[in-house]
Design a protein around this ligand. Sequence first.
Ligand code: HEC
Ligand code: HEC
Ligand code: HEC
Ligand code: HEC
Length: 117
Amino acid sequence: MKTVQALLAALALTALLSGTASAADPKVGADRHVAMGLQCETCHGPDKANPQEPTLQTCTQCHNIKALVEKTKNIKPANPHVSPHYQDQLDCINCHVMHGKTENFCDQCHQFGFKVP
Ligand code: HEC
Ligand code: HEC
Ligand code: HEC
Ligand code: HEC
């Protein structure tokens, strides 16, 4: 999914940002969450030496999938949060990349033109 270079870039970026006072206009999802008061540990677990890879369950601690599916049900031409292939179980970070540019996962095959926040 991600290249080693991209991961290193994410690492460098976070190191840079965590060194500054605060990101005034957070561009990436992780920083927007941190700006809301979340800590790195909320998504990566308490052990800083061995940070956990976030999973779908990491996100659904706070984001209710059924409510999300309902909220985006009128998006045309398709609801990004449910599909015949993955139902509502596609890992969030296929689209909502948290430390980098977000992706429209579906458009590998479709042309839905989603703008992923
Ligand atoms: C809202 C959840 C969330 C928060 C908060 C968050 N991260 Fe992440 N982090 C992720 C996700 C998801 C990934 C997987 C790659 C991606 O989406 O960019 C990731 C990836 C990383 C990576 C790249 C290595 C890897 O395992 O992919 C580093 C380093 C990292 N995070 C550090 C941090 C630090 C430091 C903080 C606190 C300033 C932080 N993260 C806060 C969700 C989060
Ligand atoms: C500890 C609670 C918590 C966790 C864990 C969490 N979020 Fe959030 N997230 C929030 C809150 C609160 C908001 C702001 C209200 C809203 O839009 O729902 C938010 C907003 C968002 C938004 C919309 C606004 C924006 O700034 O991007 C997206 C997309 C999002 N979260 C995705 C994720 C993903 C993906 C994960 C897992 C990697 C995740 N969240 C983990 C609490 C959380
Ligand atoms: C196929 C790509 C994709 C996946 C996978 C995905 N999302 Fe989204 N998400 C989107 C798009 C596109 C939007 C913007 C919808 C719109 O235009 O209002 C969005 C919007 C959101 C929002 C903001 C909703 C609002 O309007 O308040 C949250 C929160 C969110 N997603 C969380 C998640 C979580 C949590 C997961 C995993 C359970 C997830 N998303 C999986 C594409 C995706
Ligand atoms: C690997 C390729 C691939 C990906 C990625 C993919 N799809 Fe599809 N999708 C297909 C194919 C092939 C069909 C069948 C098309 C047909 O029968 O006309 C299909 C059919 C559908 C349909 C049935 C209606 C239609 O438009 O034909 C929906 C809805 C749909 N996909 C939604 C999604 C959503 C939402 C995502 C992202 C979360 C997604 N797909 C990701 C390949 C893909």
